[in-house]
Design a protein around this ligand. Structure first.
Ligand SMILES: Nc1nc2c(ncn2[C@@H]2O[C@H](COP(=O)(O)OP(=O)(O)OP(=O)(O)O)[C@@H](O)[C@H]2O)c(=O)[nH]1
Ligand SMILES: [Mg+2]
Length: 253
C-alpha cells in the first residue's frame, strides 16, 4: 500500500487542480484512481464536500438515464452543478464508449456545469465498486452540488455500488415484474425512494401498490420510511416531487 508521500508532485498538482474545479483534471484523476491498488482512496478522502450523492438503479430500460436527464435539466435551472457517473458492471468497455447508448445526455455535453463519465468492469466487481467510490470522492472534491451515480440492473453488483451513495433511488416501470426481481436481490432494503416511471402507461398504479406491499414486508430504517412516487420522466412529469423527496432524504441524514 502506498501513502500520501508516495504520490508524485505532478499527481499532487492534479488533485489540486481537481479541487480547484478543473474538469479536465477531474477526468484524468478518475482514470488514475481506477487503479485503486496504486492509488488508495485515502489520498482523496480529505474533501469535506457538501455534494449530495445520489445513486440510481433499476432494471435495464426502466428509464434511469431519462430520469438523470430530467434531474439535470431541473437542477441546472436552479443553477446547481451536477456530475454523473454511469456504472456498467456488465461491460468491459471503459472511458466514454458507453455514453452514446447507455446515457442519452447529449443535451448536456456542452454545459460546463455538468460533468459526465462512465465506468465499466475492469476485471472484477470489487475493482469497479472501488473505482466508483473514488470517482464519487473526486467529483465531491471538484465541488459539484450533486453527484449522480447511475448503474444498470438489480443484482448484487448494484447493491455493492450503492453502498457509496447517500440517497438510493430505485426506478421501476409498469409490467416488468420488477418488484419480485428487486426483492430477490435485496434491493428493496437499500432503496430510500422508489420511482415508478412511465406512469403514462397502463399498470403504473398497480406496480406502485405491489411495491408498497413488498416494502411493508421488508425491514427498513427507523429514521426514514421509503417513499413511492409515480412519474413520467420522458415528459419531466413528477421531477419536482422527485427532487423534493431526494432533498428530504438528504435532510434526514
Ligand atoms: N412511455 C415512456 N417511456 C419512457 C419514459 N421514460 C423513459 N422512457 C423510454 O424508455 C426507454 C429506456 O429509457 P432509458 O432512460 O434509456 O432507460 P435506462 O433505465 O437508463 O436503460 P439502461 O441504461 O439501458 O438500463 C427509452 O426508449 C425511453 O424513451 C416515460 O416516462 N414514459
Ligand atoms: Mg441508462
Amino acid at each position: 500500500m502506498s501513502n500520501e508521500s508516495d504520490i508524485t508532485a505532478s499527481e499532487k498538482a492534479l488533485l489540486a487542480s481537481v479541487a480547484a474545479g478543473d474538469r479536465t483534471a477531474l477526468a484524468k484523476a478518475i482514470t488514475l484512481f481506477e487503479d485503486s491498488t496504486k492509488y488508495p482512496l485515502s489520498l482523496i478522502q480529505e474533501s469535506a464536500s457538501q455534494s449530495h450523492v445520489i445513486g440510481i438503479t433499476g432494471s435495464p430500460g426502466v428509464g434511469k438515464s431519462t430520469t438523470v436527464n430530467a434531474l439535470i435539466t431541473y437542477l441546472r435551472s436552479q443553477n446547481k452543478t451536477v456530475a454523473v457517473i454511469a456504472v456498467d458492471p456488465s461491460s468491459p468497455i471503459s472511458g466514454g464508449a458507453l455514453l452514446g447508448d447507455r446515457i442519452r445526455l447529449t443535451n448536456h455535453f456542452l454545459d460546463s456545469g455538468v460533468f459526465i463519465r462512465s465506468l465499466a468492469t475492469r476485471g472484477h466487481l470489487g475493482g469497479l465498486s472501488a473505482s466508483t467510490n473514488s470517482a464519487i470522492k473526486l467529483a465531491q472534491l471538484a465541488g459539484f452540488d450533486f453527484v449522480i451515480v447511475e448503474t444498470v440492473g438489480v443484482g448484487q453488483s448494484e447493491v455493492e455500488v450503492m453502498r457509496y451513495v447517500q440517497t438510493v433511488l430505485i426506478v421501476l416501470a409498469p409490467g416488468m415484474g420488477d418488484g419480485i426481481q428487486a426483492s430477490k436481490a435485496g434491493i428493496l432494503e437499500i432503496g430510500h425512494i422508489f420511482l415508478v416511471n412511465k406512469s403514462d402507461r397502463d399498470g403504473a398504479k398497480e406496480t406502485a401498490r405491489e411495491l408498497e406491499k413488498s416494502l411493508h414486508l421488508s425491514p427498513h430504517n427507523p429514521q426514514w420510511s421509503p417513499v413511492i412516487l409515480l412519474g413520467a420522466m420522458e415528459r419531466s412529469t413528477g421531477v419536482e416531487d422527485l427532487m423534493k423527496a431526494l432533498n428530504n432524504h438528504r435532510e434526514s441524514l
